[in-house]
Design a protein around this ligand. Sequence first.
Ligand code: CTP
Length: 396
Amino acid sequence: MNVVLGVGGGIAAYKAAELARALQDRGCAVSTVMTHAAQEFIQPLTFAALTGRKVITGLFEKSSADAVLSSSVEHIAVAQENQLLVVAPATADLLAQFAHGHASDFLTTLYLAFTGPVVLAPAMNTNMWNHPATQANVATLRARANHVIVDPGSGHLACGMTGPGRLAEPPSIADAVMTALHPRRDLAGQTILLTAGPTREAIDPVRYVSNHSSGKMGYALAEAAAARGARVILVSGPVSLAAPKGVEVIAVESARDMYEAVMARLDEATIVIKSAAVADYSPIAAGQKIKKSGEMMHLDLHPTRDILAAVGQRKGARKLIGFAAETNDLLTYARRKLEQKNCDLIVANLVNQPGTGFGADQNDVTLVTRAGDQPLGRASKRALADQILDAVVALP
Ligand code: CTP
């Protein structure tokens, strides 16, 4: 397999050398394209020596060095010779240029000429990553056919900040490349009914009670399942996430809406995954806004229906996967939920760990089945999604 590695200009550029090695270890022949900025961080010679192949450093440049060969039409040749384009680190500027179709240098021109799968591994300062402009560009790119974003990890960044923005580890980028080159279709023929996000239970027309939940884990599962060939119906509570590619999204608000949407579509499903953080109690909503009195206020809450347990009662031949978010006694509660809700698999996570769980891009979960427990360790929600689906496929 011929892979072209685009290297952007960021502190993480040195890790692209490790990525070149990891790709070669997986049987890829790697050609490298470096932006001008990348060459401020790492020498083209490093990639030429590692890969034994040409390194392209500019659109019109001719250099005497054997390692550097380029011509004004070479981006077309490179686009045709390679099966996949991977860009690491993909800087905020590169993401913006790709998203908007600019062709200002070799890499951005190659991107436009390239018709195969594209894997982008962003890395940048946390504030730059969180900026709405970058997030909009990432959403645009994520929605494009054949595009995979390997989300950055969280941690200490070179700029001294802590947060998301750190380049994913080279082996996981290389794994994403291999998956994009050889897409698994092991869920083809399955219909997966997924729930994600929180529910909102109205107190009155302007207030509600809810649970912490960004929906990221459920959306990652939806994206991964669709990529593996499943038809995915995603019943989603209110979240600020873009609909994953190729997934039917049914937007709901309350636990009752979610119950009705799930039950209406249950017959179509061969696999049901309930990652939503459903409110367990709901107030009897007032028709008008409740005016504050300055006194103590009491809310009467009635229990909502447990959707997972209801599906468990109508399970049939379906595979049923639930989640258990706990603060203590994780595995005891998870095993209890497995039995009580008639599930095949419980994805259990402790929600009071720093850097994982609610809203985070990473999670740390243990899979609980009747065959035993399998801790997956800390990883991005997207990587965990594939591991969870591997376990679903392996269920008896
Ligand atoms: N769940 C559901 N409907 C509800 C409540 C929960 O389908 N009304 C599902 C969730 O989607 C999740 C699983 O049940 O898959 C576990 O939810 P959790 O809140 O952890 O457990 P509870 O059932 O609420 O039990 P407990 O309060 O004892 O932890």
